[in-house]
Design a protein around this ligand. Structure first.
Ligand SMILES: [Ca+2]
Length: 179
């Protein structure tokens, strides 16, 4: 009888070339769908500082040419949302309170009206997970996962000069070798 193991599935998936999970994230980065993410929490930054910090991570080709640049994370589905909320609540468990804290920047920018929502990586805004009543901080606010037990990881908009932990996202490195 054919015994299907996780390794078998991995090998088969890599032969077919379609995997659901990223196969090669930089060390200390976590696979999230077709991307890699990392929660930075040792220093708290403003939104712009956090996006700039994410921009310093790049995927380079063999010549060192930047193929892609990191950004604050964009969230495309409930699955991704759930994984990120768990990451935040687990990593920052000592900061999880009964209200909204901790709040952690994601790449969401709210423009001059609440309906003008963009991701810093330029991806389309489809999925959102705003806490009911959010965004409510007026023009040019920024989005954060609000991980406290009250808000349960739904998003709140905040003023961009708030200093928070943040999550960066990088494209996954997938290699195709042809003979
Ligand atoms: Ca708000």
């Amino acid at each position: 009888m054919l015994k299907i193991t996780a390794l078998t599935i991995l090998v088969l998936a890599s032969i077919v070339g379609h995997t659901n999970a990223c196969s090669s994230c930089p060390m200390s980065w976590m696979s999230l769908g077709h991307t890699c993410v990392k929660l930075f929490h040792e220093s708290k930054l403003t939104f712009d500082e956090a996006e700039n910090a994410c921009n310093t991570y790049k995927v380079n080709d063999c010549d060192g040419t930047a193929l892609s640049t990191g950004h604050l994370v964009s969230i495309q589905s409930q699955d991704e949302q759930d994984v990120l909320v768990e990451l935040v609540q687990t990593t920052l468990s000592a900061e999880v309170g009964s209200g909204w804290d901790p709040q952690v920047y994601i790449g969401m920018s709210v423009g001059s009206t609440n309906s003008q929502q963009t991701w810093t990586d330029g991806s389309d805004v489809g999925f959102t997970s705003w806490y009911p009543g959010e965004p409510n901080n007026g023009p040019n606010s920024r989005g954060a996962i609000a991980a406290g037990s009250f808000s349960k990881g739904n998003w709140a908009d905040v003023y961009s000069n708030n200093r928070f932990a943040y999550i960066c996202e990088l494209p996954c490195l997938e290699y195709e070798v042809s003979q």
